[in-house]
Design a protein around this ligand. Structure first.
Ligand code: ZN
Length: 243
């Protein structure tokens, strides 16, 4: 099953080009490190796409051939063309899984799918984050301990202006005292969406083995599950009426 899932890792890819400290952590881009982590967990069908490619690397053919799309963006959300966002949105409603990472909370696609500002508190001091599993039986928590820790993280704090998740899998605590809903599951149309908080560009978060395990679990969860295509509109009765 893992081998069959077609994954596309999308990255804005601007920080790596413009900021030396980011390029030191992710010399070939955040997307390559995320893709490597998925491959290490048995996903063989993983491609990457970035903002500065034609159509942001998300052509109709790529989107049609993607079961799960991962999305990392931060400094250039506004440069993502609306017609591409429309296509990603339509694919999610049609069943493509979407995993939105870290500062992707402010991406056009996540805000559209959530219907809220997706705003939050933040602080960049390299403080400790303790990520608690609050839904142990969820597939995304498979194989994890009760919690895991990231020694140096950017803080995101509540309130996180999102609709209440269908399932909340992780809650983070930060050294400075804040808490945050850091693993949130949603259904929109036929598509499954997972927001995962860790992943600031100046910290080596996507090399972390537990983070990689979470992303692999999340791809497995978000992949289309093959249910029936819903039928809408006016229909004839299945049973004879008035019998
Ligand atoms: Zn960040």
């Amino acid at each position: 099953m893992t081998e069959a899932i077609k994954v596309t890792v999308w990255n804005e890819g601007r920080h790596e080009k413009e900021h030396e400290e980011v390029a030191k952590v992710y010399p070939n881009g955040i997307h390559t490190v995320i893709a490597d982590g998925l491959k290490a967990h048995g996903f063989t069908n993983v491609r990457t796409a970035t903002l500065d490619e034609p159509e942001h690397g998300l052509t109709d053919a790529v989107l049609a051939d993607t079961d799960v799309l991962l999305w990392w963006g931060h400094m250039a959300h506004g440069d993502v063309r609306d017609e591409i966002v429309d296509k990603v949105h339509a694919r999610v409603l049609d069943g493509m899984g979407l995993i939105v990472l870290h500062s992707g909370h402010f991406s056009k696609i996540f805000k559209r799918l959530m219907g809220s500002t997706c705003n939050l508190k933040w602080r960049e001091e390299g403080e400790k984050e303790r990520v608690w599993v609050v839904e142990s039986g969820h597939p995304i928590a498979q194989g994890l301990g009760e919690y895991f820790e990231l020694e140096n993280a950017e803080m995101y704090g509540e309130r996180f202006d999102i609709p209440a998740p269908d399932t909340l899998v992780f809650v983070s605590w930060f050294e400075g005292g804040e808490v945050f809903r850091s693993g949130c599951c949603y259904h929109r149309g036929l598509g499954k969406i997972f927001y995962f908080r860790p992943g600031h560009e100046t910290y080596p978060i996507y090399y972390n083995e537990t983070v990689r395990k979470v992303l692999a679990n999340a791809v497995g969860w978000a992949a289309p599950s093959g249910g029936p295509a819903p039928q809408f509109g006016n229909v004839k009765p299945i049973e004879k009426l008035g019998a």
